[in-house]
Write a protein that binds this ligand. Structure first.
Ligand code: ADP
Ligand code: MG
Ligand code: ZN
Length: 486
């Protein structure tokens, strides 16, 4: 971006809550069902049907509100936001206003040093989080003759989380979105599937001359459903606005869409003034009154927040940030990892197995950790055998792990049965090393001439000669001694 300008970004993130039923009716909240099969007079918007608020959605809003240290409003109200759209049969969306169930929270993200001038976390304020209902989905035929409307999604509960314009770069916007994603998945209130639209965002962005106090005119880029699209759409939009200002043309307040196929944002409509929605209080729903006791109940049941868990693992196990974040991908994965770490006595070993062999297996099978055949205690035994050098890593990975997956028994029993224990017999290793040195006069001469990097090759040859069962550290030791005396 033109360095004379600075970006100001605020995200409105829509989180689909994974309640059993819809927001105002008893229809099932699910995807994949036959079109229009999950509907009733309420979500079809038939005259006379009355909405009833879903208590589970309210509880989930409280969970999020407490997790971002927001102010839970003792009383909030519902509004009708009116607009015409074929997938909105009532002609209005029920949302919250003027006050939301959650006001003034915050989320800490890693700041972008490129724009902040220093490393470190920054606090992004959340203006409010309000409950509302989703609309249905339109499908347009390829030949353009027909459009179809599926109302299964109409009335699905959404929590809209409105962030303050505190983000300063596309990188920060994407980090904020990632952090929010981890949070809502970790709290168990959203399934987190971005391809399915369970978490999507509208990005508001303006640019101003660097250091200029007032914000510029903002543009809203609608419906970004991946972290990458958030970054790409904002990169494009910031460059477009900066170029326009540079030419002396003002930015117009408007709503734009992101076209991933051409990598550009395109104007959709000029931004409606709030007046156009003719917001007014929903007459069919009473105010939402939250009892202080309910807040306390939810607070006590709050799980450890993903960011705190990541921090704790980093300190306790010495994990890197990326590793810890990957382990916190879902509550089930995180819990599984934590059991393996505790039972094996090695956080690092457990992390390596979880992000290596376990993840690879799950990817191959297209399954989640819930469907993984081994109990965490069983994997922990394998990790412990490797960490205590009873078992060579290569043997564990190539023979024991597959045998365990195939139902062959516990790590220890398979090891004993197949005689796979690691060889730490020094004299045996000395014999193999001597054979390898004798068979490789060329490399040996080069190492003696100073080419230390070739040592790894000889270690590899020795491990191979020992069929992957040798204690690698002992091999290195013996080899170094042998070379010194060669
Ligand atoms: P609306 O009700 O029209 O959506 P809001 O005032 O609620 O407007 O703001 C919506 C979003 O726009 C918020 O996420 C906020 O952070 C963001 N925003 C507001 N002003 C600006 C600005 N000048 N530049 C970038 N983002 C902005
Ligand atoms: Mg808005
Ligand atoms: Zn319904």
């Amino acid at each position: 971006m033109n360095s004379g300008y600075e970006a100001v970004i605020g995200l409105e993130v829509h989180v689909q809550l994974k309640t059993r039923s819809k927001m105002f009716c008893a229809c099932r909240n699910a995807t994949g069902a036959a079109p229009n099969s999950l509907t009733c007079p309420v979500c079809l918007g038939l005259p006379g049907a009355l909405p009833v608020l879903n208590a589970e959605a309210v509880r989930m809003a409280l969970v999020l509100g407490l997790a971002i240290e927001g102010d839970i409003q003792p009383e909030s109200t519902f509004y009708r936001k009116q607009y015409f759209y074929p997938d909105l049969p009532k002609g209005y969306q029920i949302t919250q206003g003027p006050r939301a169930i959650v006001e003034d929270g915050h989320l800490d993200i890693p700041g972008d040093p490129m724009v902040r001038g220093e490393e470190g976390p920054v606090r992004i304020r959340v203006e409010r989080a309000h409950l509302e209902e989703d609309a249905g989905k339109s499908h347009h035929d390829m030949d353009g003759k027909f459009s179809h409307v599926d109302l299964n999604r109409a009335g699905v509960p959404l929590l809209e989380i409105v962030g303050a314009p505190d983000l300063r770069s596309p990188q920060e916007a994407s980090d904020y979105m990632k952090s929010l994603h981890r949070l809502v998945v970790g709290l168990g209130i959203c399934d987190g599937s971005m391809e399915e639209g369970s978490l999507r965002c509208d990005a508001n962005v303006s640019v101003r001359r660097r250091g200029a106090a007032p914000y510029g005119t903002r543009v809203e880029v609608k419906n970004l459903n991946s972290f990458r699209f958030v970054r790409q759409a904002l990169d494009h939009e910031i460059a477009r606005q900066a170029a326009q200002l540079q030419r002396g043309e003002p930015v117009q307040m408007e709503t734009r869409g992101w076209d991933a196929s051409i990598g550009e944002t395109r104007g959709q409509r000029t931004k409606e003034a709030a007046m156009d929605y003719r917001y007014f209080p929903e007459p069919d729903l009473p105010s939402l009154v939250i009892d202080p006791g309910e807040i306390e109940t939810v607070r006590r049941a709050l799980p450890e927040l993903p960011e705190r868990r990541i921090q704790r693992w980093r300190e306790a196990y010495g994990l890197g940030l990326d590793e810890a974040q990957a382990l916190a991908q879902s509550p089930a994965f995180a819990d599984y990892f934590e059991t393996v770490a505790e039972q094996s006595g090695s956080g690092r070993g457990a992390a390596a197995w979880m992000l290596g062999e376990v993840s690879r297996t799950l990817n191959d099978r297209g399954a989640g950790i819930e469907a993984f055949p081994l109990a965490p205690e069983a994997l922990a035994e394998l990790v412990r055998l490797v960490e205590t050098r009873v078992l060579a890593f290569g043997t564990a990975k190539e023979q024991l792990f597959p045998a365990m997956l195939a139902g062959g028994g516990s790590a220890e029993s398979i090891m004993v049965e197949k005689g796979l224990a690691q060889v730490s017999d020094r004299s045996h290793i000395e014999v193999l090393v001597a054979q390898v040195l004798a068979a490789n006069p060329g490399p040996v001469a080069q190492i003696r001439a100073g080419k230390e990097s070739l040592k790894g090759f000889l270690v590899g040859q020795t491990l191979k000669a020992g069929q992957g069962r040798l204690d690698a550290r002992l091999v290195q030791e013996v080899l170094s001694e042998a070379l010194a005396n060669y």
